[in-house]
Design a binder for this molecule. Structure first.
Ligand code: AMP
Length: 273
């Protein structure tokens, strides 16, 4: 496995390899969720590239940029064991200059839900994803459905900027008790981890209601909010998979999203119905 730390070195290395490339961008502190993306990339491509980069431009002032978990050595081992060919581990100075061109998130879809509580976050995400895709030039890039809004915006960017990459969406990987895996889960105390289960429970409640033919979005949201009462809920939303408002759940076309803070930790989860 090759470790590369500068964009130019990676571009040169990949130029010599004419195989199909599967790319998995991450911020490190790798867990089973990331490994699932990597394994899918491994199965579907000849060469697998993983980037590990805690992207400063997607963190707002006062967020957890400085304390975001960094586990480079353990991450490299995980990549090696998962069959990764190249790990790209750049520094911020390799990725950004002083006076930067940047991609702006769309004014509506980039500023609702997580974009509402974190204005500007998705501009940072799209900018770094654009940079990474330009450096790696993959056939396919793999993203988790766990970050449903991010996935939706990346798909929009690829479509609107006429980019030549297939975006592959991967199902959310969970702990046995339902908690969605996240690098931020390590911030949770045992009690907070227990409290955080309310998030996945509220999504299961929603899917149970739908299976009992409760289609009304307001009704489902009210029952979810009741269950989520002990948490500091940022939003509970039921939308079409294109992120448009809907009044009733339509099976195969709906996403239900929750963001809540448990202590200081912001947790996201969603379910696709
Ligand atoms: P991150 O390192 O948190 O930026 O995540 C890197 C990629 O892994 C993103 O595409 C995430 O959506 C995806 N990811 C994170 N957690 C999970 C999970 N529990 N299941 C599946 N994919 C995930």
């Amino acid at each position: 496995m090759k470790i590369i730390s500068t964009p130019s070195e990676l571009k040169n290395y990949l130029k010599e390899h004419k195989q199909s490339i599967g790319f998995v961008p991450t911020m490190g502190a790798l867990h089973e969720g990331h490994i699932t993306l990597i394994k899918k990339a491994r199965a579907e491509n000849e060469l697998v590239v993983v980037s590990i980069f805690v992207n400063p431009t997607q963190f707002l002032q006062g967020e957890d940029l400085d304390k975001y978990p960094r586990r480079d050595e353990a991450d490299k081992k995980i990549c090696e064991l998962s069959g990764v060919d190249v790990v790209f581990l750049p520094q911020a100075e390799d990725m950004y200059q002083k006076d930067e061109v940047s991609i702006l998130a769309p004014k509506v879809r980039g500023y609702v839900l997580e974009g509402h509580s974190r204005p500007g976050h998705f501009s940072g995400v799209l900018t770094v994803v654009m940079k990474l895709l330009n450096i790696v030039n993959p056939s396919r890039a793999y993203f988790g459905k766990k970050d449903a809004q991010q996935l939706n915006l990346i798909k929009l960017m690829v479509e609107q900027m006429f980019m030549d990459v297939e975006i592959v969406a991967v199902d959310t990987v969970r702990e046995k008790d339902g908690l969605a895996l996240s690098s931020r889960n390590i911030y949770l105390s045992p009690q907070q981890r227990q409290d955080a289960l309310k998030i996945s429970e509220s999504l299961y409640l929603a899917s149970k209601l739908v299976s009992k033919k409760v289609w009304d979005v307001q009704e489902i949201k009210t029952q979810m909010r009741e269950l989520l009462k002990p948490l500091d809920v940022e939003y509970v939303e039921i939308l079409s998979r294109d992120f448009d408002n809907i009044k009733e759940v339509i099976l195969g076309h709906t996403v239900i999203l929750v963001e809540a803070k448990v202590g200081e930790t912001r947790l996201l989860d969603n379910i696709w119905l």
